[in-house]
Design a protein around this ligand. Sequence first.
Ligand SMILES: C[S@@+](CC[C@H](N)C(=O)[O-])C[C@H]1O[C@@H](n2cnc3c(N)ncnc32)[C@H](O)[C@@H]1O
Ligand code: SF4
Length: 392
Amino acid sequence: MFNFTATPPLSLYVHIPWCVRKCPYCDFNSHEARDGIPEDRYIQALIADLEQDLPAVWGRTVESLFIGGGTPSLFSAHGIKQLLSEVRARIPLKPDAEITLEANPGTVDQARFSGFREAGINRLSMGVQSFQDDLLAAIGRIHDGSEALTAIESARRAGFENINLDLMFGLPAQTTAQALLDLQTAMELQPTHLSWYELTIEPNTWFYKHPPVRPDDGALWEMQTTGRTLLGDADYHRYEVSAYAQPGRQCRHNLNYWQFGDYLGIGAGAHAKISNAATQTITRTSKEKHPLTYLDATNNRISTSTALSAEDVILEFAMNNLRLDSGFSSTAFTCATSLPFSAIETQVQTGIEKGWLTENNGHIKTTTQGQRYLNELLQLWMPESPRHAENR
Ligand SMILES: C[S@@+](CC[C@H](N)C(=O)[O-])C[C@H]1O[C@@H](n2cnc3c(N)ncnc32)[C@H](O)[C@@H]1O
Ligand code: SF4
């Protein structure tokens, strides 16, 4: 079915599942660290986990590494240094690999940032959300606006110049002016990257059970359209639904996900997608989700493993690539999936007829209309038969 002669670029994701406090909107695999964090044991588990994954990626080099959470900045600089050197000892990292760590401004100081920088972290992603104290309190953050500003300044002093700020809009009772003020404040700080998410209410969160009053659809639309213009005018170019970057500063790790590259995932609940030229398969796996179950596992930490069919791959490729403003080329489709372009010719043609896609010299892009009707556009890629069997 697949015909890989070479495999797509490879990334590595490391999940740290603890936070100081659980935010009321957050559905990530993150747990309040009430009794401290078993840092050393967890690092050992991460390395054992990586070792188990290695045979699936023999001979390959990691192009980007992302330590996400949870709150990875709760780990000591010493722990992060040990983690990175243990990883490097087992799998080659590209010399200029992008190595990101997610940080919560309520958990960092300059010494910690300096330690992270020395350990080899070269990109920070800071969960700022807002710079306004009343909004931060309304979403249960552990830091205020001035702590966010101090954290960014400390990170710079520690030598970080590649910094992403996470911001959210559509916060409880937020006005359009407040949302735009947050963007202005962020842009004045000149981070290389801004992730600007609309707050979503996820099942299994406090906000799901106790919904806050949020801006209405008209206000959200105004925030989004005006905000996008402000960002573009300040040289922050949108390249994915919520991702904006200065020229050349797109997040290489996330871009690899969206371009349907391969990635290993180690840590509690981490997901992976690996193409294998020897077995001509593409497999998705996930690891034991609960940190304690993950820590207690003695050998196998894989919780689910699914071999993808060609139909799965076509749908997943579309779900990711059609979100990107740059679209994709027919060559990129074949590199990522090993399938011939003819496998999606009908879907592309129908998308063009409906005004949702354009094609120019083998390069396919989603139109503004297509972005608006993204779900309908993706329906064109849905297989009609049951897609896959999952082993647990
Ligand atoms: C893992 S967190 C980032 C690091 C750290 N845990 C923190 O919050 O500071 C990833 C980001 O996802 C975004 N996020 C989380 N839950 C969200 C939700 N329900 N709606 C929109 N964005 C959300 C937030 O901007 C958050 O910073
Ligand atoms: S700090 Fe980040 S990961 Fe932790 S609960 Fe809040 S949003 Fe979720």
